[in-house]
Design a protein around this ligand. Structure first.
Ligand code: MD3
Ligand code: FE
Length: 226
């Protein structure tokens, strides 16, 4: 038998409940990783990765892009969801049908039957990049979960509680792991520890994370501009 040093057998899928409403679907998207990464490449040719400047004036170590009817942006006015990419003044690329199908089926698997994301943030971590502890609370319908998909290099994810001071669990997220964060965990603090050096066959020296959200932001944007 010829052994291929670079082929990885898909891992057995298994689920882990971190807290009520927070479900890790380990290896759920592993076989789709090459296709998902190719779609990220196509999206980020239209909407390039950029390092947002925090409202406090710091350059984020994570680079970001978006697809969907709105995307996460920041400027002197602060953070918000916007239907326009400020770098091109074009709308964000659409969420690919394959991304939608994955996010909807993962949400369903975790007990959320009516998930219809309107935004997908794409985070790119280089070695050493991190995401400080924060909450995601700018989405209008907090009954809807956030679905995250990890690709490329592994990360140690920090999952805390409803206050910044609550003790954090550490969870290793590897390529193809999908996490559904909803219900009582929807507003929990979370972050990502600095990415360790490594090499991923599909993503090289990067970790890519997709987060699917139901922001409801396009509707409120249209109402404001009527
Ligand atoms: C837990 N991204 O983009 S995804 C973010 O790996 C973000 O890039 C991280 O946090 C990343 O905002 C983590 C996991 C995640 C997303 C939303 C959550 C975990 C969450 C909302 C509530 C609780
Ligand atoms: Fe977050």
């Amino acid at each position: 038998m010829t052994m291929d040093l670079f082929s990885q057998l898909p891992g057995e899928p298994w689920t882990e409940e971190l807290a009520p409403g927070a479900m890790v679907l380990h290896h759920y998207a592993q076989e789709q990783a090459p296709l998902l990464l190719a779609e990220v490449t196509a999206i980020t040719e239209l909407a390039v990765f950029r390092h947002l400047i925090t409202p406090g004036g710091y350059r984020m170590s994570v680079a970001m892009s978006n697809c969907g009817s709105v995307g996460w942006v920041s400027d002197a006015q602060g953070y918000r969801y916007s239907p326009i990419d400020p770098l091109t003044t074009n709308p964000w690329p659409a969420i690919p049908p394959h991304f939608m199908a994955l996010a909807i089926s993962a949400a369903r698997e975790a007990g959320f039957a009516h998930f219809q994301p309107d935004a997908c943030l794409i985070n790119r971590y280089e070695v050493g990049a991190k995401l400080s502890l924060h909450q995601d609370k700018d989405e209008l319908d907090l009954r809807q979960p956030i679905v995250s998909v990890s690709l490329g290099l592994p990360a140690i994810f920090q999952f805390g509680g409803l206050s910044r001071e609550a003790k954090c669990q550490r969870v290793l997220l590897t390529e193809g792991d999908v996490v559904v964060w909803g219900g009582p965990s929807r507003l929990n603090y979370h972050g990502v520890l600095p990415i360790k050096p490594g090499f991923s066959p599909g993503a090289g020296a990067y970790r890519i994370n997709l987060t699917f959200r139901c922001t409801g932001a396009l509707r409120s944007y249209e109402v404001l501009n009527r």
